[in-house]
Design a protein around this ligand. Structure first.
Ligand code: ASP
Length: 451
């Protein structure tokens, strides 16, 4: 059995929905389908999820949101009409939206999630309706009835363990099961969503729960590429990656798959196959437990802006037991997690997300570091990027770090920080954000030939 997830652009128009359904029907193994909300039809279009957020905001700021609701209904109407469906489904969708918009708004986050979830929920109903209209056996599955139970973290939920046992039962339902992505229910029965792009997570949870043979993730690109196509023109495609490689790449800005989507399938060893709805003939990218290293030590290069480093130095720091823990504890007290922490004998640098470290937080943390730890110096370096060079083959290859640093030096990119974990699956460089594109190009040329 395959679980197939389709992203927003694959469901943006009637033509796209027809493509999705013909892909589903071309393989009887495709028994469970997870859908996103309709996405952009063209470059400057607005995704249904973003329309729903606007709609919720209109109500929260005292408006009726009637116009916003009609705009969303029109998006579904355009699709339903193109699919030759009657007005029944549109009435269902309009009633659903009106019901949601009139719910209690005293908890804003709860209300926002209730609205956001409508995109996927109604899309799933529409796809099921279309499959039935063309004579196929299909059923819309409500996540509450199916038992997808999430933690009560609005906009950033995680699946609770019991979900997996509950969702196993999906296998017993007849026909193609159309499951809305992106949301589930808290143990108290409230609608809760994952973070943005979270339909990928729903697909992975379902695949793990039913022990699918493969989790297919259909999107609008042919494959994962070795570097960001916005920086490198026509970068090389990646046909196979390990979970660890994909995890490292998606951590640092590869947005093909949601960063959290690999966890459930990784634990159960279910392969993920990323494919293009608009070009099914293309081989796509497979994500697996292990792969043969055939294409050099480096699998991909990712780059993410928005970091800063806290640099602390103190003479004889290495002799002070618990120094690092105390600094990290101060960050913990501010709710900040650290990303990397390279150290020398008398200094440590802690790389964190810049958005979490504004000037007020900096002042509080620095006062504590100075007063409680009596350091010689503490300062922040802002506007940094993290470049991650990823590849399982690096562990067995001598000289990869040398090649990377030389390539960066040749392009006049100063390395502010370097870090390599024991797994050797990735090498991390902190550089000035202004150097990001130049650095990616330098590393691409070094490991994958001239761009
Ligand atoms: N529709 C949601 C979003 O735009 C979730 C998803 O597409 O995966 O973030």
């Amino acid at each position: 059995m395959k679980v197939s997830k389709f992203g927003g652009t694959s469901l943006a128009t009637a033509e796209q929905v027809k493509k999705v359904c013909s892909i589903l029907l071309s393989d009887p193994e495709r028994q469970i389908v997870v859908v996103s909300a309709p996405g952009k039809r063209y470059k400057d279009d607005i995704k249904v999820t973003d329309l729903l957020i606007k709609c919720a905001q209109a109500r929260l700021s005292g408006g009726s949101a009637a116009d916003e609701i009609e705009t969303i209904v029109d998006r579904y109407k355009e699709i339903a009409t193109g699919l030759g469906l009657g007005c029944g489904i549109i009435d269902t969708i309009r009633n659903d939206l009106n019901m949601r918009i009139n719910e209690d708004i005293s908890d804003e986050n709860q209300f926002l999630d209730l609205l956001k979830a409508a995109g996927e929920d109604n899309c799933a109903k529409l796809v099921a309706e279309y499959l039935i209209s063309i004579g196929k056996k299909a059923v819309y599955v409500n996540p509450r009835e199916a038992g997808l139970i999430l933690s009560m973290d609005y906009g950033n939920a995680r699946a609770l363990p019991e979900s997996y046992d509950n969702l196993k039962r999906l296998k017993d339902l007849d026909g193609i099961k159309v499951f809305p992505g992106f949301f589930g229910y808290s143990p108290e029965g409230k609608v809760v969503t994952f973070s943005r792009g979270g339909s990928d997570i729903t697909g992975a949870i379902l695949a793990a729960a039913v022990q699918a043979d493969v989790y297919e993730n259909f999107t609008d690109v042919d494959s994962v590429y070795v570097a960001d196509p916005r920086i490198i023109e026509n970068p090389k495609a990646i046909h196979e990656l390990t979970y660890r490689e994909m995890r490292e790449l998606s951590y640092a800005g590869f947005w093909v798959l949601h960063e959290e989507a690999l966890e459930p399938v990784y634990r159960t060893g279910i392969p993920v196959h990323i494919k293009n709805t608009n070009n099914v003939a293309s081989p796509g990218t497979r994500i697996v437990t292990e792969r043969k290293i055939t294409n050099g030590p480096v699998a991909g290069i990712a780059c993410e802006k928005g970091f800063c480093s806290i640099n602390v130095s103190k003479y004889m720091m290495n002799r002070e037991i618990g120094f690092g823990r105390k600094v990290l504890h101060m960050l913990e007290d501010e709710g900040i997690s650290f990303e990397h922490m390279p150290s020398g004998i008398d200094n440590i640098s802690i790389l964190i997300k810049e958005a979490k470290f504004n000037e007020q937080v900096e002042e509080r943390v620095f006062n504590r570091i100075r007063n409680e730890l009596h350091v010689d110096d503490v300062h922040t370096q802002r506007s940094l990027s993290v470049i991650v060079v990823v590849g399982e083959g690096m562990a067995q290859t001598v000289g990869v770090a040398g090649r990377a640093t030389t390539a960066l030096a040749r392009s006049n990119v100063n390395i502010e920080m370097m870090n390599q974990g024991a797994s050797e699956v990735s090498m991390v460089f902190g550089i000035k954000a202004v150097d990001s594109e130049k650095a990616v190009r330098a590393l691409y040329n070094e490991f994958f030939g001239q761009a």
